[in-house]
Structure formats: structure tokens, C-alpha cells
Design a protein around this ligand. Structure first.
Ligand SMILES: NC(=O)C1=CN([C@@H]2O[C@H](COP(=O)(O)OP(=O)(O)OC[C@H]3O[C@@H](n4cnc5c(N)ncnc54)[C@H](OP(=O)(O)O)[C@@H]3O)[C@@H](O)[C@H]2O)C=CC1
Ligand SMILES: CC(C)=CCC[C@@H](C)[C@H]1CC[C@H]2C3=C(CC[C@]12C)[C@@]1(C)CCC(=O)[C@@H](C)[C@@H]1CC3
Length: 334
């Protein structure tokens, strides 16, 4: 039977590399590339068809950071497919990143140097903003839009895979400020929230046949990472990056390597997976890719609380949207 795989943020980086790898694995797949920009989606589709000329590649317009777009895209998915075998929740942003050079150089000569290169802990902040739905943009894109998509498509789903990060950190997340309105680590907070949500989904939904996993792709050179430093700087330090890669397995660097754990999970029986593990894409000094589970620092109770808070926010957002639609209808009649 033809399997259907939907991937958010599939037009570039790790998402696009995953598409390539999945088509190489199973040429009979039906891939659905869910992207916000249809021109970029078309370009990705053409690239995939160049290497896999008989592949079934569909496109879906989805801005995961917009409530209305998620609801419309979900309607379209329900009209097109009877089921989604794998939903990869991969789209993600890190807007206005700032590297703390002082902390970086201090870190270079500390015991935590390997950890710093693997997680960017203590050296990276972001500046977030409100989107047109009144939500924090990073939270809306990296977490809430995906949550809403899952809620809309639930009867069709069986496997979920989140592209999280080793930058996810408990101390960056606060249950009282789950959107991270206050701090400057919105990326870390949103990724920690996705780890928690994945655990909560497993606790609530495994009995109904829905399984969720999280991965970290390692440090991959994509649009997201290129946005952190000016391009001339990347050109300068690229040889150093490849050198560091010999000593640290988290420097996967290429999108193909970064997609390792996403691909590996595609081949696993969900019952054999650990809901408390994050599956890391790793690359050895000799360039061999492998996947390694590492325990996440999360409480089951807290993950359930987050799940309830997301359900509450969903209600609120839907109510607001229907009020806005009603207002629009009234003014159209006038
Ligand atoms: N690169 C790395 O080192 C790491 C990346 N990650 C995660 O991997 C995932 C993929 O990122 P990566 O491949 O690196 O970076 P890219 O920027 O190449 O890919 C991000 C993808 O997400 C899409 N996207 C962003 N915002 C939205 C939106 N509102 N609606 C729909 N699609 C959207 C982008 O589309 P568009 O082209 O239109 O912007 C793009 O296709 C992210 O979740 C990121 O956090 C995790 C750890 C490390
Ligand atoms: C190699 C030299 C000399 C400098 C590079 C320093 C930083 C730009 C680099 C060090 C650790 C990196 C890192 C990320 C981005 C680039 C670094 C800060 C990530 C935050 C990218 C996105 C993620 O989700 C993380 C897993 C990455 C963690 C490490």
C-alpha cells in the first residue's frame, strides 16, 4: 500500500534532505511538502523529481505560524488523503539570533567547550515578536501551529516526528510564560516545549495508536544556521567547522547527515521507541552517520500541564477567529 508522508518546512535544509532520503528508501511513497512559499515548494518538488523521476510529490500551502493557514491546510489534507502514515513536524525559525562573543570565547577555554558546540547553551539569544494572531512568532511556528495541525488531523495520524534541538533547555522554558514573551531564548523554550508535548502526546494517545518522537539533527549548515553570523564569517570559519567535526559527532553539518534520525525513525516500529528519549543524528569523524537515543530532562506531570494549557489556548484562538469571521460577514452584508 502507498504510504503518505507529510513534511512541514520541506522546501529547504533538513526537511528537503529528508524528502530525498525517504524517496531513495521507498520510491512508492506519496510525499506531501507542506510549505509557506509555493515558489520555493515548486523548486523543491522539481529538485526531487530530477533525482526520482517517478516519485509522487504533492504540494500543500501551509504557513504553520498562522492559525487560519493551518486550519485551511488541514481541511485540504482531509479532502486529499484518507490517512497520513508519518507527519514530520520540521518547520522552524530562529529570528534575529545574537551570538554572545564574550561568552563564546570564555566557553572556548572552559570545561564546557564540547557542550557549548553541541547545544549553544549560554551563547545564543533571539529577539521574538507578536504575529498577526497575537501569539509569539517562535512559539506559534515551532510549536503551536504544529499542535493545531495535529489536533485537526488526529483521526488520520499514526506517527509524529518533531525536529527538536539539543538547544532545548528546561531553564529556558516557563509554564507561566509558555510563549516566552519575557525572555530572550524563545528558540530554546519552543524546542523544550515540543519535547514536552511529544511526551504528553505519547501519554495521552499511545493507546489510540498515535506515537510521537523527537530528534535533534545536530549542527547543520542550513538557512537557519547561516542566519546566525554574516556570510563572510561563515566562509572564514568553514574549514574550522570541518576540523571540529572530526572531534565532535554532533557536527553533522550537511542536511543529509542531519536527517539521519528522521530517516531512522521512519524504519522503526513505534512500540520499540522510548517516549522519553530524543533521537540524535550523529556523524563520526570518519563520516559515518548513526542515530543515538539520549534521555530528555522532562517531567511527565509538567508535560500534561503543558498539554492542557495548549488545549485552552486552542479554544481561545478558535473563539477569537470565529468572532473575527462573524464580524467580517456582518461588515460584508452592510
Ligand atoms: N540547522 C540546525 O543546525 C538545526 C536545525 N534544527 C531544526 O531543524 C528544522 C529545520 O530547519 P533547517 O533545515 O535547519 O533550516 P531551514 O531554514 O533550511 O528550514 C526551515 C524550514 O521551515 C520552513 N518554515 C519556517 N517558517 C515556516 C512557516 N511559518 N510555515 C511553514 N514553513 C516554515 C522554512 O520555509 P521557508 O523557506 O519559507 O523559510 C524552511 O523550509 C527546524 O525546526 C530547526 O529548528 C534543529 C537543530 C539544529
Ligand atoms: C566554529 C566557530 C569558530 C564558531 C561558531 C560558533 C557558533 C556560530 C556555533 C557554535 C555552536 C553552534 C550551534 C548552533 C548554531 C551555531 C553555533 C552557535 C545551533 C544553535 C543551531 C541550531 C540548533 O538547534 C542547535 C542544535 C545548534 C547548537 C550549536
Amino acid at each position: 500500500m502507498e504510504r503518505v508522508v507529510l513534511i512541514t518546512g520541506a522546501n529547504s535544509g533538513i526537511g528537503l534532505a529528508l524528502c530525498e532520503r525517504l524517496l531513495t528508501e521507498d520510491s512508492q511513497l506519496r510525499l506531501c511538502l507542506a510549505c509557506r512559499n509555493m515558489q520555493r515548494a515548486e523548486a523543491a518538488r522539481s529538485a526531487l523529481l530530477t533525482s526520482h523521476s517517478n516519485a509522487h510529490v504533492d504540494l500543500l500551502q501551509l504557513d504553520v505560524g498562522s492559525v487560519q493557514s493551518v486550519l485551511s491546510a488541514a481541511q485540504e489534507v482531509k479532502a486529499r488523503y484518507n490517512r497520513i502514515d508519518f507527519l514530520y513536524l520540521n518547520a522552524g525559525i530562529m529570528p534575529n539570533p545574537q551570538l554572545d562573543l564574550n561568552a563564546f570565547f570564555k566557553g572556548l577555554f572552559s570545561r564546557n567547550v564540547v557542550r557549548m558546540f553541541a547545544t549553544a547553551e549560554g551563547i545564543l539569544t533571539q529577539q521574538d515578536r507578536l504575529n498577526s494572531d497575537g501569539l509569539q512568532e517562535v512559539f506559534a511556528t515551532n510549536l503551536f501551529g504544529h499542535f493545531l495541525l495535529i489536533r485537526e488531523l488526529e483521526p488520520l495520524l499514526s506517527r509524529l516526528v518533531w525536529t527538536s534541538s539539543s538547544n532545548a533547555r528546561r531553564s529556558a522554558f516557563s509554564m507561566e510564560d509558555m510563549q516566552h514573551r519575557e525572555g530572550r531564548e524563545s528558540y530554546s523554550s519552543s524546542k523544550y516545549a515540543s519535547d514536552m508535548l511529544s511526551l504528553a502526546l505519547n501519554r495521552q494517545k499511545n493507546s489510540q495508536g498515535l506515537f510521537s518522537s523527537v530528534i535533534c539533527p545536530g549542527l547543520v549548515m542550513t538557512n537557519l544556521t547561516y542566519g546566525i553570523l554574516p556570510s563572510f564569517f561563515w566562509t572564514l570559519i568553514m574549514p574550522v567547522m570541518w576540523l571540529i567535526r572530526i572531534f565532535t559527532n554532533t557536527f553533522t553539518l550537511t542536511p543529509h547527515n542531519g536527517a539521519e534520525a528522521l530517516h531512522w525513525l521512519f524504519l522503526q516500529n513505534p512500540e520499540s521507541l522510548d517516549p522519553r528519549a530524543k533521537y540524535h543524528s550523529l556523524t563520526s569523524g570518519l563520516g559515518t552517520n548513526y542515530t543515538q537515543p539520549r534521555q530528555m530532562d522532562i517531567d511527565e506531570g509538567a508535560s500534561d500541564v503543558l498539554y492542557s494549557k495548549l488545549l485552552e489556548l486552542e479554544k481561545e484562538v478558535r473563539r477569537k477567529l470565529s468572532e473575527e469571521n462573524a464580524d467580517e460577514e456582518i461588515s460584508a452584508v452592510k
